[in-house]
Write a protein that binds this ligand. Structure first.
Ligand code: NAG
Length: 194
């Protein structure tokens, strides 16, 4: 009987540990930076529209230009419904929907991304003022390799604006090389429909 329960325990444990993201296709050498927690994160103030202005590129994102997200906060669900949209390199408008929410494992500013194509990746807010910028790190260790993504979010769709300047400093101080980021073009062809 005891052995049976042990077996069940082992099976449950192995299922639980599979919550980590699958298929790490975009590995780079090294380990993730250990970023600090943003204290007393206010989920409601963070809701609304954010524009991606600079990113460490996410090959999972089908869009490369005009990327914008709308974070709809749900108090009972304690998280966001998020719609993200943008233009593909060919100029096609695409939209995706998913969820981003805090978990019991970490303080509220270290959330989890739950999108059809990007499941189980962290969404770690290193710093935000809610009104101008948000600097977000999303990195997973795989032994001596990592999948490392990061975002500069701005409340306004502009390149080289105050959000970029602030997050450049924040990432640098967190040991994340800002030269890995590329700008997400926000030009006159953009429409914002997320
Ligand atoms: C941070 O900036 C300084 C000064 O520009 C630079 O020497 C250093 O390498 C940067 N650190 C990272 C992690 O990119």
């Amino acid at each position: 009987m005891a052995r049976f329960f042990l077996l069940v325990l082992v099976i449950v444990a192995s299922v639980l540990s599979e919550e980590t993201p699958d298929i790490p296709k975009f590995l780079t050498r090294g380990n993730c930076a250990k970023v600090s927690y943003f204290p007393k994160f206010d989920l409601k103030r963070y809701s609304g529209r954010w524009y991606q202005t600079d990113v460490i590129e996410i090959p999972y994102q089908p869009y490369t230009k005009c990327i914008n997200s709308f974070y709809e906060y749900s108090e009972p669900k304690y998280g966001y419904n998020v719609r993200t949209a943008g233009l593909t390199p060919e100029g096609e408008h695409l939209k995706k929907e998913g969820k981003i929410y805090p978990t019991e494992k970490f303080p509220a500013s270290h959330m989890l991304i739950d999108f059809p194509t990007i499941m189980g990746y962290p969404y770690e807010i290193i710093d935000t003022d809610y009104d101008t910028y948000s600097c977000v790190y999303s990195c997973v260790n795989w032994n001596s390799y990592k999948t490392e993504f990061a975002f500069v979010f701005s409340r306004t769709p502009e390149n080289n604006g105050p959000a970029t300047a602030k997050c450049k400093k924040v990432f640098n101080e967190s040991g994340i090389d800002f030269s890995k980021f590329v700008p997400v073009p926000h030009t006159e062809e953009c429409v914002y429909r997320a």
